[in-house]
Design a protein around this ligand. Structure first.
Ligand code: HEM
Length: 477
């Protein structure tokens, strides 16, 4: 093999990519290396070189998703969706119907719901009456709820934050059911079904959450189908689920999605849109807590753009773009969806910068595009450790940023996530000044950043610190 092999220990362990960030490809002229992988018990290649990543990410033939992804992302199990499908399991059919669902009108709805959900969380926590709030974990206590509630409403027209939802089932509220299922989606897909009938509380809870949501969704199917028979205007469909139903019904029977496929795609939105967004927001606020100068400049901007008691309007997005930059910079340091994971479906070649000939790739070879080290690479990002949202001011803004993936599987929810995040950050930073939670005696802000945000990172489905503890002080304009 002409490529350098992996240094030190086993890169099949995904956490390895975090621990070795910034160092892994140093002195590697190809910014690409080979190692023996776990999944295919054979050849695996990892790279941060944009040219190499693009060859794999834009391929519609030689490279495709690794089949194991379907185990974790299908719901029901046998039903592929846009997040699990491969070329040979209907990916293009799913994408053709799903991509057009993400419209400007949907983003207006995302914005509006983010405002309503933020109000609901303030009310539930009695925030208005408090000047200081200590949150042991921003992810668990705030941002997870925000992104869950927004995707549940915009995705399924389900209000997880109302009393009615709380009472949906006497033993588990709809909100909790969504939360439990979205956190355990993969376990539900991977473990054998019989395990969920064992008397193990945590597994029973996952099954219960799945049952409650499936029943809720099937009832919605019946209601929507009945409405469509009564000729209710399908153009009125506002949530992702209804839009998919209408778009699929307009297809020829061979191209249309089955009810289960629509369900599977709507659930995928829950999985794809909940934890990624929630971690992204918490990490951004955690970083702003240890960079008060950045936080202050964003606060000033927010006050200028949305003065007094005005809530942010959708049209304010462009003026609030520095908030988006703050998120993008956080996602550079912590790419919550951190690997481009593909497999060669046939014998092929890759052009690797610095190699005189295309590299021969055997069918079955696994490729990991390493977004973590790409974000910490000093040739791509000078002073990579520094949190500098202004890097993004004139930088690449749209689809060609790794933070939301590359190539044919680039995130369909990118603008959804950006509108949601900017709207939330505007409201949150206008009301609260964010400080690190519980600093140790003598600890500096950078010391806190290292201890809490860096040394405590977990990489399972998504990457991020296991918790982001903060203290909030009310802003006094
Ligand atoms: C900060 C938030 C988010 C981040 C960082 C993020 C990141 C990503 C990344 C890196 C991919 C590519 C995965 C791959 O190459 O295999 C992806 C795909 C995807 N994301 Fe997101 N995502 C976010 C939010 C969302 C939201 C809110 C939704 C939906 C409402 C969503 C829906 C999807 C879908 C459907 C795909 C699969 C696209 C395809 O294969 O064609 N994402 N996302």
């Amino acid at each position: 093999m002409v490529l350098p092999t992996a240094p030190s220990w086993n890169p099949s362990d995904t956490h390895f990519y975090w621990l070795e960030r910034g160092a892994l490809y140093k002195n590697n002229p190809h910014r690409t290396f080979a190692f023996v992988g776990f999944f295919n018990k054979g050849k695996t290649i990892a790279s941060i070189d944009p040219e190499v990543l693009n060859q794999v990410a834009f391929s519609k033939g030689a490279w495709d998703r690794v089949p194991i992804v379907a185990l974790a992302q299908n719901f029901p199990r046998e039903c592929y969706n846009v997040g699990s499908g491969r070329m040979d399991t209907g990916y293009m059919r799913h994408k053709r119907i799903i991509a057009p669902v993400f419209t400007e009108d949907l983003y207006h709805r995302v914005w509006k719901e983010t405002i309503l959900v933020y109000d609901a969380i303030r009310e539930a926590g009695n925030w208005e009456k408090q000047n200081t709030i200590v949150l042991p974990d921003l992810i668990n206590e705030v941002t997870s709820f925000i992104t869950l509630a927004v995707i549940a409403k915009v995705g399924f027209d389900v209000d997880v934050h109302t009393k009615e939802a709380e009472d949906a089932d006497e033993t588990m509220s709809l909100h909790r059911a969504f939360d439990v299922l979205s956190r355990n989606f993969i376990m539900k897909g991977v473990l054998p079904q019989w395990l969920f009938s064992l008397p193990i509380k945590s597994l029973q809870n996952i099954q219960k959450a799945s049952d409650i949501i499936t029943t809720t969704m099937r009832n919605k199917f019946s209601a929507r189908r009945a409405a469509s028979k009564r000729q209710v205007n399908r153009a009125e469909e506002k949530d992702i689920f209804g839009r998919l139903l209408a778009a699929s019904d307009a297809e020829t029977p061979s191209q249309a999605l089955t009810d289960d496929e629509i369900l599977s795609n709507t659930f995928l939105m829950l999985l794809a849109g909940h934890e990624t967004g929630s971690k992204g927001l918490s990490i951004t606020l955690g970083l702003l807590a240890c960079h008060p100068e950045e936080q202050d400049s964003l606060y000033k901007l927010v006050q200028e753009v949305i003065p007094h008691d005005r809530v942010p309007a959708f049209e304010d997005f462009d003026a609030l773009v520095p908030l988006r930059n703050a998120l993008m910079e956080a996602l550079r340091l912590y790419p919550v969806a951190s690997l481009l994971f593909r497999q060669a479906t046939e014998d092929t070649t890759l052009n690797i910068p610095g190699l005189p000939h295309p590299l021969a790739i055997e069918k079955g070879t696994i490729f990991t595009g390493d977004y973590i080290s790409a974000g910490w690479d000093d040739s791509l990002w000078p002073s990579p450790y520094s949190y500098l949202p202004s890097r993004w001011t004139n930088g690449p803004l749209s689809a060609d940023t790794m933070q939301f993936g590359l190539g044919i599987h680039t995130c369909l929810g990118r603008r959804f996530a950006l509108y949601e995040s900017v709207c939330f950050l505007a409201m949150f930073l206008k009301e609260w000044q964010v400080f690190p939670g519980e600093m140790r005696p003598g600890e500096t802000l950078q010391g806190w950043r290292k201890r809490v945000l860096e040394d405590n990172v977990q990489l399972a489905v998504t990457l991020g610190p296991s918790s982001v503890p903060v203290r909030l002080e009310r802003r006094r304009p």
